[in-house]
Write a protein that binds this ligand. Structure first.
Ligand SMILES: Cc1ncc(COP(=O)(O)O)c(C=O)c1O
Length: 322
């Protein structure tokens, strides 16, 4: 019911498998549909943790560049026309935050159909939409034929809960269930029951409504503070969804500037450059804003902005010759 009302995804409860998070779901599902050495299209830049999972399982991740409309399907077709799967974050591209346009969604679905490939739709933060209506999920458009939908409670509740899920095309249920049985049998039922109670009682929806307001405020405070305190050295587009933002230096800035500032500023999160595979990386940071009090966020943002300015100054100082 939640998936139908929130994401336009109609599916039978038998099509849903609970896992201990997104990577666990990826691992189980792919072990049922791929063979070692198979190619998987991945967004570039993209989610480094998923790339690690693919490499660890012996699949070949093929980086496909992303623009303001999402993954560039035409590039994927050229780089690896016979890939067996594509892993995408169409609602809110990780890390850049763009929404995959409808023509690109249709192009991706068309490729998957013709190539006999599957699409792994990682819908990790759709519950946190701040402006405008989201586009229907890929799985909703496709009616769960070629798309495997991946969801998580890591953002809506908390990461330490370790509960995620996938919604599967009917034709994959038997193979995926067999793969699951060989791996860890089934998830812990205690927390699963607690989450079901939250969903059924309305407590889940009420909590989402409450934290959405807090996170919107946190997003605005972080973006404003970073831009103001860095004197414009960092540009921070405000994301319309999710729990992270990207703060970027001018593309001409050396990548070491961001690395130095992050270390000196004691910031957690990814360096933007670490999310790239083949495309030339941009200097900057990927920063989360949920779960922190506003004064703490402001202080951390000011510190990171200050260290960014000072790393920039240090880099631009002329080197003295003896
Ligand atoms: C792109 C992306 N997918 C999925 C997840 C959730 O992962 P998990 O459910 O394994 O905690 C995250 C968490 O940060 C993420 O950034």
């Amino acid at each position: 019911d939640h998936l139908l009302s929130a994401r336009g995804l109609r599916c039978d409860p038998d099509q849903i498998m609970l896992t201990s998070g997104t990577l666990h779901a990826l691992r189980i599902v792919l072990s049922a549909i791929l063979r070692a050495g198979d190619q998987v299209w991945c967004e570039d830049p993209g989610y480094p943790a998923a790339r690690k999972t693919f490499a660890h399982c012996g699949y070949r991740a093929v980086p496909v560049p992303v623009d303001e409309h999402g993954m560039r399907i035409a590039k994927g077709r050229i780089a690896a026309p016979s890939a067996r799967a594509a892993y995408v974050t169409p609602s809110h591209q990780f890390p850049l935050g763009v929404q995959m346009s409808m023509p690109r969604r249709l192009e991706l679905l068309d490729w998957a159909k013709r190539a006999g490939a599957f699409i792994l739709e990682d819908d990790y933060d759709s519950e946190f939409r701040y402006d405008g209506a989201p586009l229907m999920s890929l799985a909703g458009i496709d009616r769960l034929q070629r798309v495997i939908y991946l969801g998580t409670f890591a953002k809506t509740l908390f990461p330490g809960l370790r509960i995620g899920y996938c919604a599967l095309p009917e034709r994959l249920i038997a193979d995926v269930t067999a793969a699951r049985a060989a791996l860890d049998r089934f998830p812990g039922t205690l927390m699963e029951g607690a989450v079901a109670d939250m969903l059924n009682s309305g407590a889940f929806a009420a909590n989402l409504k409450r934290v959405r307001k807090l996170y919107r405020e946190a997003r605005d405070v972080l973006a404003e503070t970073l831009e103001a305190a860095s004197d414009g050295a960092l540009s921070v587009p405000v994301p319309s969804q999710g729990l992270h933002l990207v703060a970027r230096f001018d593309p001409s800035v050396d990548l070491t500037v961001a690395a130095q500032a992050k270390q000196a500023g004691g910031a957690e999160g990814w360096l933007l450059a670490d999310t790239y595979s083949r495309t030339r990386p941009l200097p900057g940071f990927v920063l989360g804003f949920s779960g922190h009090a506003v004064p703490q966020l402001v202080a951390s943002a000011e510190r990171l902005a200050r260290e960014s300015r000072s790393a920039l100054r240090a880099k631009s100082k002329p080197v003295r010759r003896a």
